[in-house]
Design a protein around this ligand. Structure first.
Ligand code: FES
Length: 104
């Protein structure tokens, strides 16, 4: 599946991501600036924060309660599409997904 990250300066990174990989792992593998993944995907750092593009929000879904609480700790402003990308798995039905990397 293809994923595009839009960076705060408008630059884009597009990559083929293997199904099953988390989108934090994918971002780190692609050196997407601003997605760090400090805790390795354990839902305890919030450094993998991204905003799911509006068109995709319905398909990706929202955070569960624990992720929702973690999102309250993110450095960048939280938006309606905010998710922790370690909690989103690459899958065929998300092919073409667009994630916005928030400015910190
Ligand atoms: Fe730490 Fe996602 S990588 S919360």
């Amino acid at each position: 599946m293809k994923v595009t990250w839009i960076l705060p300066d408008g630059a884009q990174v597009t990559a083929d991501v293997a199904e099953g990989l988390s989108l934090m792992e994918a971002a780190v593998a692609q050196n997407v600036p601003g997605v760090v993944g400090e805790c390795g995907g354990n839902l305890s750092c919030a450094t993998c924060h991204v905003q799911v593009a509006e068109d995709w929000a319905g398909r990706v879904g929202g955070p569960d309660d624990f992720e929702d609480a973690m999102l309250d700790t993110v450095e960048a402003a939280r938006g309606p599409g905010s998710r922790l990308s370690c909690q989103i798995r690459a899958s065929a039905d998300l092919d073409g997904l667009v994630l916005i990397v928030p400015e910190v």
